[in-house]
Design a protein around this ligand. Sequence first.
Ligand SMILES: [Zn+2]
Length: 310
Amino acid sequence: MNFCLKSTGAAIDFTIETRMRAMMLEKIGAPLVFREIPRPTLKPGQVLVRISACAVCRTDLHVVDGELPNPKLPLIPGHEIIGRVEALGESADRFNPGARVGIPWVADARFCFPIPDAFDDTSAAPLLCAGLIGYRALRKTGDAHRLGLYGFGAAAHIIAQVARFQGRQVFAFTRPGDFARREFARKLGAVWAGGSDETPPVELDAAIIFAPAGALVPVALRAVSKGGTVVCGGIHMSDIPSFPYRDLWEERVICSVANLTRRDGEEFLDIAARIPLQTATQTFALEQANEALRQLRNGDLMGAAVLTIS
Ligand SMILES: [Zn+2]
């Protein structure tokens, strides 16, 4: 069994009612450690969720690798969670016990989402951060028709499908030489796929940078037309190198994405079910979380890694 109660608490699995299994980060830069720990107690407004699937996000990797400041250790990484409501805290009356929910950050009942039937647990998990944050980034591009996506991982493979559904054209940028990923992007409807060192065949109206590489900001700025927007879609990025003001001039905009509203979540899950969105996933057992992180770090994954808990 598997429960989630707080922002840190996805990769958890309960074996007996008072204990739960978890992969924990105890030391920055060290592998996660398997532990059996006491089951959390419910606070008012919270729901206790038995977790069945949890996707692995690049943010988890940034935390484990010590790229984000001051993580509170020990912690249980994971914030793309699918599970079933096991118990309700005081005044948490939005869901009934047994309801299937998706949880992006905290298991406050107000921020749990009902998951459309079109998705099984594994395919739904990456929607909770890669999808939600990606969708928020997409909204920031307004009605941009020609959309560039830099870094074609978990988030981009979802957002490419949404963008196409909305009638936009997707231009996918991968690492130089990553031809397999370009093929993957074309299969998902990209009209063009090339290396991030290449110039797209037309000027873009907007670009979203999902890769955590600050060097891509000036690159993307040069690829967008006057008034175009470059959205930085990650929580962490390496430093942005200096660039000539000329590349920003003519009302180009750079912005980032940090917060998620409930409206974003509901809107996105509704669109996801209508497309219907296909998520590419690679599954790992809870105990294989370190291997999932390793493959994400090395860029070996096509789509999203998901930990599944039976
Ligand atoms: Zn995330």
